[in-house]
Design a protein around this ligand. Structure first.
Ligand code: PHE
Length: 469
């Protein structure tokens, strides 16, 4: 895909945004193929959400019942929201703010739908502010792994490594800075071939390493405990708040509800099947999360750790396992490199709505827009850096600054964004516009429509109302 364009280029393309045949094209170029799109969306979806967040959130919410609700949310809410987001993006072919404004008017509703796009821009910025901090940890863990500190380490030693590390705000601040630098670098240059290639290699490689870990877990003697923790539902433990956490996790892990997928959809060629692409992404993303959980929980029980330990869970269990394995230094280093890559390709999705918006709205170059966005996010990220040390005891509402930004974005902004997106696609857009994009009027289309009009909105509303009020 060609995304970088000079100012002069942009103005010329902008004039021709509405082609003679009435079809719009994007100012930022198009994906080179269907595969390129699926890879980019998979790259955005597969990230820290699957490997870092899913296990610790599942652990904090009691396992089994949470996992079941999460899976249900992915299928009946996540899938229709993703399809709606792609179809809106492709129809508008602009940044999420401009697309919502354009389609709002075109479908006879209101230009005020632009605020939905704006909420996505803000959500992306907020999410990346803490995401980058955790991604920075993975960078440091590449170095730690390679240095061999985890070889034969005891649970206490690994734990000490972690708390010592996050306790040092300068160090994790530096890692956050390096990661934001990497993200700005790629987004500013434009998401070209290099990135498609990276995802093509990264996702399968990550999968292989998770399978290696899984093999180790199966032999740990505690595999049964891990499986039953993940799949034996105890609905008594399930509160409305954990249901909301499951819904929020479904949105977070699929990258939906904030316009990232809408922005990617804007670069999607006309003839690609939205349903097929969505199904492929949802399946890849969900399998990676489940496999990561299956690899991690047995290790938690084998080492007497607490599944509800929080954000440090993966950074404590995995180094322990690698430390016991033959070739552990090698595997561990590669694993954290891949995790950093996975976070990198997700960070790009988080920035894209803001960057595309600034380029189109303020006529800036892509590089200028990316640097402005990156600096804002970096600054906001300081709050999360300090949440693990200096300001660890400064708690309000959901907890530390990090906890609050996470709660606000995953549990409120993404579900609310998703709700408005399905309502827009299901009720505001006319039937023909959507069937035009989804390319059929058969059973698949009808199922999507029922999910988007009724099931998903009612589901999201029920959870939001019960958990928040
Ligand atoms: N889905 C990504 C992950 O699981 C996070 C993300 C959310 C990326 C929203 C882009 C948009 O890590």
């Amino acid at each position: 895909m060609r995304i970088a364009a000079t100012n002069a280029d942009l103005r010329i393309i902008m004039l021709s945004n509405q082609a003679a045949d009435g079809k719009r094209s994007s100012l930022h170029g198009h994906w080179s193929s269907r595969m390129a799109f699926v890879l980019a969306v998979t790259g955005s979806a597969v990230g820290l959400g699957n490997i870092w967040k899913f296990p610790y959130i599942a652990g904090q919410n009691g396992g089994g019942a949470f996992v079941l609700v999460y899976l249900a949310c992915v299928v009946v809410i996540g899938m229709p929201v993703m399809m709606s987001e792609i179809l809106i993006g492709r129809r508008g072919r602009r940044n999420p703010v401009a697309t919502m404004e354009l389609l709002g008017k075109e479908e006879g509703s209101s230009a005020r739908w632009r605020w939905l796009g704006a909420m996505g821009v803000v959500a992306g910025i907020l999410i990346l502010s803490y995401y980058s901090v955790i991604a920075g940890w993975t960078l440091a863990y590449v170095v730690k792994s390679a240095s061999g500190v985890f070889v034969g380490a005891s649970p206490d030693a690994v734990n000490w490594q972690f708390s010592n590390f996050v306790g040092d705000w300068r160090l994790i601040g530096l890692c956050h800075t390096v990661f934001m630098g990497l993200a700005v670098f790629v987004v500013a240059r434009g998401v070209e071939r290099g990135l498609e290639q990276a995802v093509r290699f990264m996702v399968p490689a990550l999968l292989v390493l998770i399978l290696v870990l899984l093999g180790y877990s199966i032999n740990s003697g505690f595999f049964g405990e891990g499986v039953s923790f993940m799949f034996t539902p105890d609905f008594e433990k399930l509160t409305w708040n954990s249901v909301l956490a499951a819904l929020g996790q479904a949105f977070f892990t699929l990258s939906i509800g904030m316009g990232a997928i809408m922005a990617y959809g804007a670069y999607l060629p006309e003839e690609t099947s939205i349903t097929g692409a969505s199904a492929a992404v949802v399946m890849a993303d969900t399998s990676i999360a489940i496999l990561a959980g299956l690899a991690i929980f047995p290790l938690v029980f084998a080492n007497n750790l607490d599944p509800a330990d929080g954000p440090g869970l993966v950074f404590q269990t995995l180094p322990l396992a690698f430390g016991q394995m033959p070739g552990g230094v090698f595997f561990s280093t590669i694993f954290f490199v891949l995790l950093a890559f996975a976070a990198w390709t997700s960070a790009i999705g988080l920035m894209e709505p803001a960057v595309a918006w600034i380029v189109e709205r303020y006529n800036k170059t892509r590089a200028q827009a990316t640097i402005m966005t990156g600096l804002t996010i970096w600054l906001l990220g300081i709050g999360s850096v300090l949440s693990f040390n200096v300001l660890a005891e400064f708690k309000f509402l959901a907890g530390t600054i990090f906890d609050n930004v996470d709660y606000l974005t995953s549990n409120i902004m993404l579900p609310l964004g998703g709700l408005l997106i399905v309502l827009f696609a299901g009720w505001v857009m006319c039937r023909n516009s959507t069937s035009d994009e989804l390319g059929s009027s058969g059973v698949l289309f009808k199922t999507w429509r029922v999910l988007a009009r009724f099931v998903a909105p009612i589901g999201i509303l029920l959870v939001l109302i019960n958990a928040v009020l």
